[in-house]
Design a protein around this ligand. Structure first.
Ligand code: PMP
Ligand code: GLN
Length: 374
């Protein structure tokens, strides 16, 4: 892949570090994980769970995940055949794509898109069919989607809550997707790493909730996102048995098994729904604190509906491109964000920067002070 550049997270991360900017760019919390979870990991290490875990992941954790999905979305995945632990959603996404995309297959990707999908498709010989989401609020054009389906379409990738826009898929979106795929054998890869961060009384619509979609879908989750431990690289994939059988063929010979002591800890920790059901509240408060605090600024916004990202529109401040503006904010104002154009199709001129609000209140208020001065 001679044209592939370093990811924007690596690039902006280096700029931010070099200039010691307040870092609201890459998506990770700057506060710690629950001490109870950390304690459970220590206990697992001391108890000697330091050798290989089973290939699919430990059964007790897959069982708790199966219960969780059943309670939240109504579908019962068989822990034996339909759930596999992965070393982060990035690995799970790569594995799912490798398992089903063959040379010449087309994969529909909605833009802006998180940056790990397209390289994985291309490395597997697939062809990315990018569809730009429309308008300032980035809605999917389902007519365009219908027209983009061809005899070669193998897979569609969806992501809700959506990085970087903070959108969530609506009931109508899920219906349109189901309808468009009916009578095809196209599969769906559903990136749901922000499933527990949905605001203003809205709900997360997992593919697992919709039997017609669930039958053809890989659903991907990340504990890094849910438990404020992005450095652990832990997650899972849930899919019907025939899809999971193919997924495991790749997983077994690429990864084999993932971190054992952390799986032990998670099996216990995840059994308590309060450990993830409070997340939407936590991040809605942070979003609101941030948005209230930047009220006097010249940035404009639509409040994020999910994830821990907020887009800010800077078109009242300058007409320069978002990469240039993001760089200037680091150099001159000491604050780092992610320019959204790098995830869009072509040179769409939206003038949006993405800010991560998974930060302490103190960091968010400091960020607001800077943004209000621009
Ligand atoms: N998908 C999306 C939409 C993301 O934002 C991220 C970033 N964490 C991932 C997947 C990757 O998750 P993980 O860190 O578990 O690999
Ligand atoms: N998911 C994180 C984000 O969107 C970044 C993870 C990464 O750097 N690959 O900011």
């Amino acid at each position: 892949m001679p044209d592939l550049q370093s990811s924007i997270f690596t690039v902006v991360g280096k700029w931010a570090h070099k200039h010691q900017a307040l870092n609201l760019s890459q998506g990770f919390p700057n506060f710690g994980a629950d001490p109870e979870l950390l304690n459970l990991v220590s206990k697992a290490l001391e108890a000697g769970y330091n050798q290989y875990a089973p290939m699919e992941g430990i059964y007790s954790l897959r069982e708790v995940i199966s219960d969780k999905i059943h309670q939240l979305y109504g579908r019962r995945y068989d822990p034996d055949k339909e759930i596999t632990m992965v070393a982060g959603a990035t690995q799970g996404i790569f594995t799912a794509i490798t398992a089903v995309v063959h040379k010449g297959d087309e994969v529909i990707v909605f833009k802006p898109a998180y940056d790990c999908y397209e390289p994985a498709i291309e490395l597997n010989g697939g062809k990315v069919v990018p569809l730009q989401m429309k308008g300032k609020d980035y809605r999917i054009d389902w007519d365009e989607f219908g027209a983009a389906i061809s005899g070669k379409t193998r897979l569609v990738i969806i992501n809700s809550p959506h990085n970087p826009t903070g959108n969530i898929l609506s009931e109508n979106d899920m219906e349109q997707l189901s309808e468009s795929l009916r009578n095809t054998d196209i599969m769906v890869l559903s990136d749901e790493v922000y499933e527990h961060m949905v605001f203003d009384g809205e709900i997360h619509r997992s593919v697992s909730k919709y039997p017609e979609l669930a039958e053809r879908s890989f659903a991907m989750a990340s504990f890094g996102k849910t438990f404020h431990v992005t450095g652990w690289k832990m997650g899972y994939c849930a899919a019907p048995a025939p899809l999971m059988k193919e997924f495991r063929k790749v997983h077994e010979f690429n990864v084999y098994a993932i971190n054992h002591p952390i799986q032990r800890a998670l099996a216990e920790y995840l059994a308590e729904p309060d450990h993830y059901l409070g997340l939407s509240d936590l991040f809605q408060k942070k979003r609101d604190l941030f948005l209230d605090a930047i009220h006097p600024s010249r940035f404009t916004f639509t409040p994020s509906k999910g994830t821990y990202f907020q887009l800010l529109d800077y078109s009242r401040i300058t007409q320069e491109g978002d990469v240039d503006f993001a760089k200037r904010l680091i150099l001159e104002k000491g604050i780092a964000s992610i320019p959204v154009s790098v995830f869009n199709l072509g040179n769409l001129d939206q003038k949006h920067l993405r800010f991560c609000f998974a930060k302490t209140d103190e960091t968010l208020l400091k960020a607001a002070e800077i943004l209000n001065s621009i």
